[in-house]
Every structure is written in structure tokens, then in C-alpha cells.
Design a protein around this ligand. Structure first.
Ligand SMILES: [Zn+2]
Length: 448
């Protein structure tokens, strides 16, 4: 008999839900990991025969737990975590123009972005997210915090027609973006993409320049699109065609493009999405809170469009909890399609994992627990009273889980949370720092 292979991480759990193959539930299995990569998934009784821990290796025996691929939050504005609860219960345009943009004008800086990203990333790890896509100013700060935290991310370079604290306009944003692409071209964790904000804040020329640079670097593009009926109506008034058609004309829609929101969809939009291979990122709680409209996810998915899931920024949600987002998505899909079979618990989990990885162009590396993929993994303690009895762990996880039950998180094979204790970030410091920012931002709005 051959000697057991040395490995550095073994995660043994009561249930493993790999997402691929679909609808698979493995009982009393273990995930074997070495140097950040999944080597095998096998019954616990067979582990010792084939594998043994290296000297520095760690084994987790999680007998009351379910293990799933780490969740992927496909759209956020992480630094806006510092503005959560700052201006609630107002419509999108008022919210942006009267509250959020003025506050950002007063406070956004490299420091604001660094601290806000740290707060957001800590919250995401604590709620089982192992990868997120971001769109905000000073993206170099967010990217750096990802490395510090061991977090995977697609960080996009914001592009819009007007000046901000980060730059004077599209030319400068894109120039800075090219620098970031160069810095992170070999990063294991951070992918740099482009984030032209929305059709109503980005001119044709700026979109074209973004597409040219994205092509050159093979970089993904993420943009807000068809968030509200107002946006579509105004877009048609300004250019004579739907914003989706305008973006297509400008070459924006490709298999590397993520269209965020898409609450206004007609037949022509579905055709465009299918023919270009562009992805949809669904943000149900943000759409509900801003009364933006409803993305018809059931229709899109049945048509064959890839739909990923996201929280959007904390200021319009107000959290970054992908468990609550899965539940909202599953419930809302049933209401919108008037079909209780729409978006099952398993489909909601796939939307929050594999579909996210596909949208971000990283499904060869993450999004499911499969041999050869990176070990981005989340464990959930299932012994909580509210979860009993358990007939179907995926159903419990989507419909009645509290994300406080997330116990362990690994990213790229690194333990970033163990028994709810963050391993790479200082939670107490992050809380104190967020409270300080709260005081500063409150004082700023009183002076204004
Ligand atoms: Zn957004």
C-alpha cells in the first residue's frame, strides 16, 4: 500500500454541499486541501488511508456543520458601509442627489475607503462570503485591504463623467486604472476590472474608452443597468434607444460584462443578454429598499441567462449578508413570477456561488467544491434550535438560517475565520474605527 499523501488542511463535516454536481448532499465526508487547492472530497472513513496532515497542517472536525462553497457577493460598494443607515427610506434619485453624493463629497478619501472596506470585508467574512465584486473610488485601497484580509475580489475602476476626490474625470480614472491592472496582474486574490457607473453618468466616449482598455487587458466590466423604469425612460428620451441597446452599440456587452440590477426587462433585452453572453447581477434587497423594481430572475434563468446574486452597497440594503440575500431572492422570485416553484433553495445557493463565479469569469477556480478548485469554503453550525429538525440542510440554510451560525471560513485554503473569530482582521479595532467615522459623518451633515 502506498504511503498517505501529506496535506495541510482537512475539513470533515456532517454535510458537504458541493453545488456541483447539482443537488448533491454528501454525509460524513471530508474536503482535503493542499496549498490552497482541493485535492479530494471523500468519505471520512477513507481519509486516513490516503491522506495525513503535514506538520503545520490543520484538521477541522465539524460534526454539527454543513460545508458549502464560500458565497460570492457579485456587486457592492464596500466603503459605503460607513454610510449604512445614514439616509434611509428615500427614493434612488433623492437618495443619491440629496444625501449620498453630498456626504461622499465631504468625506470620501483614501482613508475613508480603506476603513470602510475593512469594515465591509470583516462583515462579509463573518457572514460566509469569500469573494466580492466592488465598484468605488480609491479602488487601490480596497484591493490592498483584500490582500491584508486574505479576501478574494474583483475590484473595479470607477468611471463616470464628473470629477470626484479620486480624479478629474474619465481620462484620469482610466489612466489610474491601467496602473492598477499592472500592479495586480499576477495576484492570486484580486482581479481588476472596470466599473463604468451607469448609462446616465457615463458618456458614449467614456464607455468606448473603457471598452478599449478592458479589451486590451482582457478585464471584466461591471455596470449598473436598467435599475429603474425612470432610468430607461430618460435613456430613451436622450438617445432614442433603450440603455441596454445603447451599451450594446458601444460594444459594452460581452461575456465579460456584468449588468447589475436589470429590473426593467423586455424581449429585446433578453435577446441581447443571450446573444452577447453578458451576465445579470440581481440585488433584490437593494431593489426593494429603493423601490427600484423587480428583476424577473425566473424568466431570465429559464431563458438561459446567467444570474448572479449581490447585496449592493450597505447604504441601500443595509447589510452585506448573502444568507439573507438568498432568502429574499428565493421569496421574491416566487412573488414576481407568481410561481412557488420559482428559484428553489438549491438554485438560490447556486446563484450565490457558482453563478457568481461565472459572472466574474472565475468559475474555473471557485464557485463550487470540486477537485482542482481553490479552497474558498464556508462552514455553518447547524445545531441551532431554529434549524431543527433538519430534513434538507440547503432548505434550512436558505429559508431559516441566521448568518451568525457561520462558524468557519477559508479563502484560498487560508483560515480567515475560526469559531467565529476573525483570523486576519482585528474586529475590535474595526468596530471602534467605524464608530469614530459615524461621529465624523454625523458632525459633517449637521454643519452642511
Ligand atoms: Zn450598486
Amino acid at each position: 500500500m502506498s504511503k498517505p499523501t501529506l496535506v495541510d488542511l482537512i475539513i470533515a463535516a456532517r454535510w458537504i454541499i458541493p453545488v456541483v454536481p447539482e443537488n448533491t448532499l454528501l454525509t460524513d465526508h471530508a474536503v482535503i486541501i493542499n496549498q490552497g487547492e482541493i485535492l479530494a472530497i471523500l468519505p471520512q472513513s477513507e481519509v486516513d488511508q490516503h491522506y495525513t496532515l503535514s506538520e503545520q497542517g490543520q484538521q477541522f472536525q465539524l460534526d454539527q456543520h454543513a460545508v458549502i462553497p464560500g458565497l460570492i457577493n457579485s456587486h457592492s460598494h464596500t466603503p459605503m458601509s460607513l454610510l449604512k443607515g445614514y439616509a434611509d427610506d428615500t427614493a434612488l434619485q433623492t437618495w443619491l442627489e440629496d444625501h449620498i453624493w453630498p456626504a461622499e463629497g465631504r468625506h470620501v478619501s483614501a482613508e475613508f475607503v480603506r476603513d470602510g472596506s475593512r469594515l465591509a470585508i470583516a462583515e462579509m467574512i463573518k457572514t460566509g462570503t469569500t469573494c466580492f465584486a466592488d465598484m468605488y473610488f480609491f479602488p487601490e485601497e480596497t484591493a490592498e485591504v483584500c490582500h491584508e484580509a486574505g479576501m478574494r475580489a474583483q475590484v473595479t475602476i470607477p468611471v463616470m463623467d464628473f470629477p470626484t476626490a479620486w480624479g478629474s474625470g474619465p481620462d484620469e480614472y482610466l489612466e489610474k486604472g491601467a496602473g492598477l491592472l499592472e500592479t495586480y496582474k499576477n495576484s492570486e486574490l484580486v482581479t481588476i476590472g472596470f466599473g463604468p457607473h451607469a448609462p446616465y453618468t457615463v458618456s458614449d466616449d467614456a464607455f468606448k474608452a473603457t471598452v478599449a482598455l478592458a479589451d486590451q487587458w482582457q478585464a471584466p466590466i461591471q455596470t449598473h443597468l436598467h435599475e429603474t423604469a425612470f432610468e430607461v425612460d430618460e435613456g430613451i428620451k436622450a438617445s432614442g434607444i433603450r440603455p441596454s441597446a445603447r451599451l450594446h452599440k458601444l460594444g459594452v456587452l460581452t461575456p465579460a460584462t456584468q449588468c447589475v440590477h436589470m429590473t426593467q426587462i423586455d424581449e429585446s433585452d433578453i435577446e441581447l443578454l443571450l446573444s452577447t453572453g453578458a451576465h445579470v447581477v440581481h440585488c433584490p434587497e437593494s431593489n426593494l429598499k429603493l423601490a427600484s423594481g423587480f428583476c424577473p430572475v425566473d424568466t431570465l434563468m429559464k431563458a438561459g441567462v446567467n444570474v448572479a446574486l449581490a447585496t449592493d452597497g450597505s447604504a441601500s440594503n443595509n447589510d452585506l449578508d448573502m444568507f439573507s440575500e438568498m432568502r429574499t431572492a428565493a421569496l421574491l422570485a416566487k412573488a414576481v413570477s407568481k410561481d412557488a416553484e420559482a428559484l428553489s433553495a438549491q438554485q438560490a445557493l447556486t446563484m450565490a456561488t457558482l453563478n457568481g463565479a461565472k459572472a466574474l469569469g472565475i468559475s474555473d477556480r471557485v464557485g463550487s467544491l470540486e477537485v482542482g478548485k481553490k479552497a474558498d469554503i464556508c462552514a455553518i453550525g447547524m445545531s441551532d434550535l431554529a434549524l431543527q429538525p433538519i430534513y434538507n440542510p440547503v432548505s434550512q440554510m436558505v429559508y431559516c438560517n441566521n448568518s451568525q451560525n457561520v462558524s468557519h471560513v477559508w479563502i484560498n485554503g487560508q483560515t480567515v475565520m475560526s469559531d467565529r473569530a476573525l483570523q486576519t482582521l482585528n474586529e475590535a479595532e474595526i468596530i471602534a474605527n467605524a464608530q469614530q467615522w459615524g461621529d465624523t459623518i454625523r458632525a459633517g451633515s449637521q454643519e452642511a
